[in-house]
Write a protein that binds this ligand. Structure first.
Ligand code: HEM
Length: 441
């Protein structure tokens, strides 16, 4: 549709009465006007209530559903745990530890030659990372035999599966059994999370207790004098939200990166050269393995040196952005956005969809090779010509992604460990030729 209309910066998709008409934004200039704070809208254009349909999944107190000062209070509580410095210094060992079962599972498949789902095992990895950094829990998601996976993740996946088909759009009274099942699963998950939150709260009261003081949950409870039912429920819902918002977004990014590298030999070579440069060549005598180097003092600086891997990830997030943003202008009189084709008024009769697929493939910004995977475009000096706001997979402005640093640190570590041919944990050679990739999408 966008092509047929001559690639306008903004187009109206009118599916009324199924949903409100949708103003689809294809230009980063327009997206910026919607996502940034303004004198009229302190926290940008409000998020659309569309995610309420799946609220049983992450709870009705989720940050995703909050607006204005209520949103700000929750965001302020959880920001410290997601701060880049905290992730790099305190939470890095947890992220690295979660990659061990992942690499072991892939090595098993590489030895047996059996076909497997990269999606499943990478998603399980991301669940375990969130469990570790957010709440200091081993969620036991990663097993070759899925029957062994932990209870909470099993129930969370079951919950997600209840939204997997057209049931998402049905009102509860047309689908009462599914609604009941969601409530039941939601309660089970919340019960387990409540126990975790209570444990964290109790141990935060013990002076000089180091054991759980670093997780995102622990930092969010600092300064909380009493664990009231309201604080408890709100905290549980944010944990569910992190599980929901941080799992498939991060895993699809990792999988697309493996896919793009595997079909772009020069990029794969550049990644391996960079890793040899940072960690020393494969099998060098007396060299520490990659995870030991990352865990040693200064390990975070090694992650910052992964410029090519970062460029490859940036390019994957440009071409295969897993998210987007839907906004709902709240004012009847609307607000005006300026585009290259004139001014438009967006009022409360319309939803506004910041469409990353279109914004990130804009030829006016990215040139004729906009559709191609080209990590070099992000390396100097070419990267200088791309406006900052034209790359927005985590969205921009106050309602941007709280987990973006976690996602990119995790993805860099996983790609680095995966692309080194020797498994640092077992020191056995990974037969990468046997990791045959078959893409079903
Ligand atoms: C590659 C990985 C990721 C991508 C591309 C991504 C993308 C996004 C985007 C586009 C938004 C804005 C959504 C909107 O406007 O409706 C968002 C919000 C959010 N993301 Fe992420 N995300 C990723 C990973 C994560 C992770 C790992 C977590 C947490 C563990 C997380 C937690 C959240 C939360 C809580 C919000 C809502 C923030 C707020 O409203 O203040 N995300 N993400």
């Amino acid at each position: 549709m966008h092509e047929a209309l001559g690639r306008p910066p903004l187009m109206l998709l009118d599916n009324w009465p199924i949903v409100k008409p949708l103003a689809v934004v294809a230009s980063h200039d327009v997206a910026e006007q919607v996502s940034q704070s303004s004198s009229l809208l302190k926290y940008s254009v409000p998020k659309a209530p569309t995610v309420e349909r799946i609220a049983d999944l992450f709870g009705h107190n989720s940050i995703l559903l909050k607006q204005n000062e209520e949103w700000k209070a929750v965001r302020t509580r959880f920001n410290p745990g997601f701060a880049p410095h905290h992730l790099m210094t305190s939470l890095l060992p947890m992220i690295i530890a979660a990659t061990k079962p992942y690499l072991d599972i892939l090595d098993t498949f590489s030895r047996t030659g059996e076909a497997f789902s990269f999606d499943l095992h990478t998603t399980n990895l991301t669940f375990d990372v969130i469990g570790a950094v957010a709440m200091g829990e081993d969620l036991r998601s990663q097993h070759i035999d899925q029957a062994l996976e932990g209870d909470m993740i099993r129930m969370f996946k079951e919950m997600i599966s209840t939204y997997a088909d057209d049931k998402l759009h049905l009102p509860w009274w047309l689908n009462p059994w599914v609604s009941l099942r969601r409530r039941r699963l939601g309660n089970h998950i919340s019960n387990q999370l409540r126990q975790i939150v209570r444990r964290h709260f109790e141990s935060s009261k013990v002076p000089n207790n180091e054991s759980s003081s670093k997780t995102i949950l622990a930092l969010s409870l600092q300064g909380t004098q009493s664990l009231t039912p309201r604080v408890l429920e709100e905290t549980c819902d944010q944990l569910k939200t992190f599980l929901f918002a941080g799992h498939d977004t991060t895993s699809t990014t990792i999988i697309w990166t493996i896919y793009e590298l595997s079909r772009t030999p020069h990029a794969m070579k550049s990644v391996r050269d960079e890793l040899d440069d940072i960690f020393g060549p494969e099998g060098a005598p007396d060299s520490l393995s990659i995870h030991e180097r990352l865990l040693a003092p200064g390990g975070d600086a090694l992650i910052h040196r992964m410029s090519y891997i970062s460029a490859a990830l940036k390019e994957v997030l440009r071409l295969h952005s897993p998210a987007g943003s839907v906004r709902a202008p709240s004012m009847k009189e609307g607000f005006v956005v300026s585009t290259s084709q004139g001014d438009y008024n967006l009022n409360n009769e319309t939803f506004v969809y910041l469409n990353h697929y279109l914004i990130h493939r804009d030829k006016a910004v990215y040139g004729d090779d906009a559709e191609l995977f080209n990590p070099e475009r992000w390396l100097q000096p070419m990267g200088n010509n791309i406006p900052t706001s034209a790359w927005r997979p985590f969205e921009r402005g106050p309602r941007n992604c709280i987990g973006q640093e976690l996602a990119t640190i995790e993805a860099r570590i996983v790609i680095a460990m995966l692309m080194k041919v020797v498994n640092p944990y077992s020191m056995s050679a990974r037969d990468s030729t046997k990791l045959n990739l078959s893409c079903t999408q």
